[in-house]
Design a protein around this ligand. Structure first.
Ligand SMILES: Nc1ncnc2c1ncn2[C@@H]1O[C@H](COP(=O)(O)OP(=O)(O)OP(=O)(O)O)[C@@H](O)[C@H]1O
Ligand SMILES: [Mg+2]
Length: 230
């Protein structure tokens, strides 16, 4: 067995929206270079849990997040629930969330891909290389390479879903948080994306929410079910 390293350790994490307890004392150990699937019924808090991991959901008025989430890097571990606001942009480059409903930006296909890369200070050639590579990884390149300057909102639902996945991959994250990434794709495309994810885990750590049981069985190394809080 190859030795594995912890990448994220979720310790006794609980979430309340106002008075409403969503989940309580969730514990998950996520190993580097694995695919962890999070499953459970609709409304149980799966998307919320992923958004805690990149701190899009944080402790604030009306939102109560308890517990610890340790994020491990070469130089040690830190509890991301305690990160100062200033350090969140860096965290969100390393732990990237791909939304359940494609949150495309009101720009062209190319600019959707390039926006965050420009903010990172990459030059034009580096950006063009990363954009093409990521669009190929999600099997979208052949469909859009001739119309990269057209508006992303003109893409079909399945194309938009692949675009936001490509946009995340182009950032070269350490951890990819995927919220139902194949929900609007046909079976053949879903299988191709699954194969890409299995390939990708050699480089990164993946946490995926999926309601497709067969998909979870095929690709997940670990399956975690969120239980209803009593
Ligand atoms: N900002 C918010 N304020 C109050 N309640 C919220 C907020 N966001 C989500 N909720 C509620 O928290 C619960 C968990 O939502 P979440 O989206 O995490 O569920 P889910 O497991 O991802 O569901 P699905 O499988 O349908 O996507 C739901 O009851 C939802 O209505
Ligand atoms: Mg959800």
């Amino acid at each position: 067995m190859p030795s594995t390293n912890l990448k994220i350790s979720i310790n006794n994490v609980s979430l309340c929206y106002g008075e409403k307890m969503i989940f309580e004392n969730v514990n998950i150990a996520i190993q580097e270079h694995t695919i962890t699937a999070i499953v459970g019924p609709s409304g149980i808090g799966k998307s919320s849990l992923l958004q805690i991991l990149n701190q899009m959901i944080r402790e604030e008025e009306g939102v109560d997040v308890k517990g610890e989430v340790y994020f491990y890097e070469e130089n040690g571990a830190q509890d991301i629930l305690k990160l100062h606001e200033d350090r969140l942009p860096k965290l969100r480059q390393k732990v990237v969330y791909v939304a359940q409903h494609p949150d495309i930006l009101p720009f062209s296909i190319y600019d959707n891909m390039a926006f965050a890369l420009r903010l990172q200070g990459l030059n034009k050639e580096e950006i063009a290389f990363k954009v093409e590579k990521a669009l190929k990884q999600v099997f979208l390149w052949d469909e859009v390479s001739e119309r990269l300057n057209s508006h992303a909102s003109l893409l079909s639902g399945g194309q938009q879903q692949r675009l936001i996945l490509a946009r995340a991959l182009a950032l070269s994250p350490q951890v990819l948080l995927l919220d139902e990434p194949t929900a609007s794709l046909n079976e053949s495309l879903s299988h191709k994306i699954e194969a890409s994810l299995v390939e990708l885990k050699k480089e990164i750590t993946i946490i995926i929410i999926s309601h497709f049981k067969a998909q979870v069985q095929r690709i997940a190394d670990t399956i975690f079910e969120i239980q209803t809080s009593s």
